[in-house]
Design a protein around this ligand. Structure first.
Ligand SMILES: Cc1cc2nc3c(=O)[nH]c(=O)nc-3n(C[C@H](O)[C@H](O)[C@H](O)COP(=O)(O)OP(=O)(O)OC[C@H]3O[C@@H](n4cnc5c(N)ncnc54)[C@H](O)[C@@H]3O)c2cc1C
Length: 292
């Protein structure tokens, strides 16, 4: 399912660009590199009117420094009370890292396509995340948990480099209380790690071996988020298990910069990752050369 938008940059800007003043209301360190920022649109009417779908992203502007795209990690029912899980990697994100509660930032968006969680009702949901991929995946997870009874089996398979890099650890018990199957694997163990060590694909192979083949074919939708290397191996396994390509959804961040179809860095032919994505079904991805 590829969603097409206006490609004229000026029109794209006019159509999609919204700017809001927002306040960082809380900052929670998650690991040594990532923090969860709670960001609230200041104007109450604008906050209530800010609606997004799981998988969409915002452009966050630090005044005088610049702006960058970030996936919204929170539940869509929270409107303009956003949670962003941000890894400090460069100029903008290190600046954010030093900003604390009460700082004022700019928000534009929401931008991009989304994970169609409403269309997945009645199905088994397989959420697969590698590393920081758990950040975009948390929004569809929370959307599913808001309406837990409308979905069948919900499983998360999550791989991280090491136990100390796992994100949202404090929420795992709550997710499990909602009947979510959560399996975690790390590349490298640390002292006291009780879980498995290996690749994310090993968890998926186990999940496939323990499942019913007909269920994968008939009633499973998968959401895959992570570094590009994860996509090919994970999606190939899902396809082998019988999950239809159009029911496998991935989020691509490929060279995206302006988020509004203006800078022409993320396009593959006439497809812009920022306007036509970041969420694509795997059938569309395979038809996009060099998408991954
Ligand atoms: C749709 C989308 C959603 C995103 N969601 C999140 C999120 O939820 N949390 C988060 O921490 N980050 C997310 N990112 C990545 C985030 O936008 C970049 O880390 C940010 O732009 C870095 O800005 P900077 O000024 O700190 O780093 P820069 O100084 O611009 O760059 C630092 C390093 O990061 C690399 N880099 C920068 N941007 C990207 C990119 N888009 N893809 C790959 N490498 C990049 C650069 O090549 C460089 O090596 C997302 C990106 C996209 C496109």
């Amino acid at each position: 399912m590829m969603i097409h938008h206006e490609k004229d940059p000026a029109a794209a800007g006019a159509q999609f660009e919204y700017s809001y003043q927002a306040e960082i209301t809380n900052v929670y360190p998650l690991t040594s590199a990532e923090k969860l920022y709670q960001v609230q649109i200041i104007d109450p009417d604008e906050r209530e009117g800010f609606c997004f779908q799981p998988g969409q992203f915002v452009m966050l502007e630090a005044p005088g420094i610049g702006e960058a795209p970030f996936s919204i990690s929170s539940s869509p029912i929270r409107h303009g009370d956003l949670e962003l899980c941000i890894r400090a990697v460069g100029r903008m994100t290190h600046f954010l890292d030093r900003m604390g509660r009460g700082a004022i930032v700019g928000i534009s968006g929401p931008f991009g396509t989304n994970f169609p969680v409403e269309k997945m009702e009645g199905e088994d949901i397989l959420l697969i995340a590698g590393g920081l991929g758990i950040a975009p995946l948390r929004s569809p997870l929370l959307a599913v948990l808001e309406n837990r009874s409308r979905y069948q089996r919900v499983d998360i398979l999550y791989g991280a480099r090491s136990p100390s890099e796992l994100l949202f650890v404090y929420e795992y018990a709550v997710w499990r209380q909602f009947g979510v199957g959560l399996d975690i694997i790390v590349d490298q163990a640390e002292e006291g790690w009780p879980g498995p060590v290996g690749r994310l694909t090993e968890l998926l192979q186990q999940r496939i071996a323990g499942g019913v083949a007909a269920d994968f074919k008939q009633r499973t939708s998968a959401i895959v988020c992570g570094p590009p290397v994860v996509f090919r191996f994970v999606c190939d396994l899902l396809i082998q298990a019988g999950v239809p390509m159009e029911k496998i959804f991935v989020s691509l961040e490929r060279r995206m910069h302006c988020g509004r179809g203006k800078c022409c860095r993320c396009n593959i032919g006439s497809t812009y990752t920022c306007l036509d994505g970041p969420v694509f079904d795997y059938w569309s991805v395979l038809n996009l050369k060099e998408a991954i």
